[in-house]
Design a binder for this molecule. Structure first.
Ligand code: GLC
Length: 475
């Protein structure tokens, strides 16, 4: 045969090889694509589980706890004064000083690390560390001699017994501090502050970060009825009518509504999401997470887990000889070493320009032997993992929009995953529009510094109510 005849045959062979490879990859990752029928089933299940959480009889066994927050109204713009805020629950711990003056808000803040030994230590160590950080901050700001009210954004599931009484029901997101579950975190904080004796701070409100996002956004947009976090973890809150909240045991005065912290991360913990959970969702839960069997919805859609999920799929493709000619690297084989931020970087590449993808492969993961086709598959896996997450989050938003059932609602969203991923917001806008009940309009708005500003606004309202009650001789 002449070489002229060989070339087309070779081309054909390599085309067949590429198609077979594509088909094999597709067979492995296909399970990540959820159809609208599946997404609508997820919505129905989520709505049912939320109802169970709100009903007194079913709440004790419900997976989604739907905690009433004691935050009953959104700020009216008249809030003023100086407040401290604490923000614990993501990758960093922050102390903030916030000055409210009507619509003007200014703040100063400092980030402190929470060392690993404290995340997994004892209650006393954690709260002493927090009190120490508050003290350092107050001394640096020259306000150590002032008595300031404090709003605490504590982003873990808490059963609130009042605005300033919140019992941790269970740790999430890698925290495992002993002696806190079941305890009132405000009491633990006040005891730690008393042990030091150098500052005088009173925590007047505890809020979840979802509530912070909602309140902070509602300060500017009164249609804001939903708060959403897509960061290290995922959760949402929304304003619910009191007559739908059987578990409510606070006062019945107007407004007859309360913000519910859904704690939707725990959706699926009773097995209802097993029909979409894949072998790798199960492996991540069992081997990678510190809380197996818990927060299963969150584990399919938040920053703490998406990178690892993508890594498990990439590893499978390598093991099947479909990526990097079957050669992994030590880093890519290490659990937890493919960070969610790589997904955002990789998906930020322009079409067929693999600049970021190559940089992650080479510099972050030590893989040198890759082709353009490999880069394409790496991008493809990342995009499937993140689209599934965005679609699942869309189900949650559509369910909440249907529950709120107002013609026009703003969803306040915050969190590193949403902020830094190049397409998450667009995918969600599109999917929520398809899933939500006809006639309901919505807007997704980035919330700025909810954990600080939101906490200060709630603290301001708490102080105002307390002053009123004092004046009326009620307390
Ligand atoms: C976890 C926490 C929840 C928080 C969310 C986002 O799901 O349990 O309270 O709102 O992470 O930070």
């Amino acid at each position: 045969m002449t070489s002229g005849m060989m070339a087309p045959l070779d081309r054909f062979r390599s085309w067949v090889k590429r198609r077979v490879k594509q088909w094999k990859v597709e067979r492995i990752v296909e399970e990540l694509k959820l159809s609208d029928v599946q997404l609508r089933k997820v919505m129905q299940l989520l709505d049912d589980e939320m109802n169970k959480g709100l009903c007194k009889g079913t709440n004790p066994n419900a997976a989604i706890k739907m905690f009433p927050t004691y935050v009953r109204s959104i700020p009216d713009g008249t809030e003023e004064g100086n407040y401290l805020a604490l923000d614990l629950g993501g990758t960093n711990f922050r102390v903030l000083l916030i000055r409210l003056n009507g619509s003007e808000v200014s703040m100063r803040s400092k980030i402190f690390l929470v060392p690993n030994f404290i995340m997994t230590g004892t209650a006393e160590e954690l709260f002493d560390h927090i009190a120490e950080c508050i003290s350092k901050f107050m001394h640096e700001e020259g306000i150590a001699d002032q008595k300031l009210p404090l709003g605490f954004t504590f982003s873990f599931p808490c059963k609130q017994e009042g605005l300033a009484r919140a019992r941790l029901s269970q740790w999430t997101k890698g925290f495992k501090v002993s002696g806190v579950e079941g305890e009132d975190i405000v009491r633990l904080l006040h005891e730690a502050i008393e042990r030091r004796d150098d500052i005088d701070v009173e925590c007047v409100a505890v809020i979840n970060d979802t509530v912070g996002a909602q309140i902070s956004c509602a300060h500017e947009d009164r249609n804001c009825q939903i708060g959403l976090i897509l960061g290290t973890g995922s959760n949402a809150c929304y304003m619910e009518q009191l007559d739908k909240v059987e578990t409510w045991d606070g006062d019945e005065r107007a407004p007859r509504q309360v913000i519910i912290n859904t704690e939707w991360g725990a959706f699926g913990d009773n097995g209802v999401l097993d029909f979409i959970r894949t072998q790798y969702d199960q492996e991540l839960d069992a081997k990678f997470s510190v809380n197996p069997g818990k927060q299963l919805y969150e584990k399919m859609m938040s920053g703490m887990y998406l990178g690892e999920l993508a890594r498990l799929y990439l590893e499978r493709l390598v093991n099947e000889g479909l990526l990097f000619e079957g050669q992994s690297s030590d880093l890519l084989s290490t659990p937890g070493r493919f960070y969610t931020k790589y997904i955002s970087e990789i998906e930020s590449d322009k079409r067929d320009d693999f600049k970021n993808t190559k940089s992650v492969l080479e510099y972050d993961l030590g893989i040198e032997n890759y082709s353009n086709a490999d880069c394409h598959y790496v991008q493809y896996v990342c995009s499937l993992v993140s689209s599934r997450a965005a679609h699942l989050a869309s189900c949650g938003c559509a369910v909440l929009l249907n529950r709120v059932a107002r013609p026009s609602v703003t969803i306040a969203v915050d969190g590193s995953l949403y902020r830094f991923h190049p397409k998450f917001g667009d995918i969600m806008e599109q999917k929520v529009s398809q899933l939500v009940n006809k006639g309901l309009k919505f807007k997704i708005m980035l919330s700025h510094d909810g954990s600080g500003k939101g906490a200060a606004l709630v603290a301001a309202v708490a102080c105002r109510i307390r002053d009123e009650q004092k004046r009326n001789g009620l307390i």
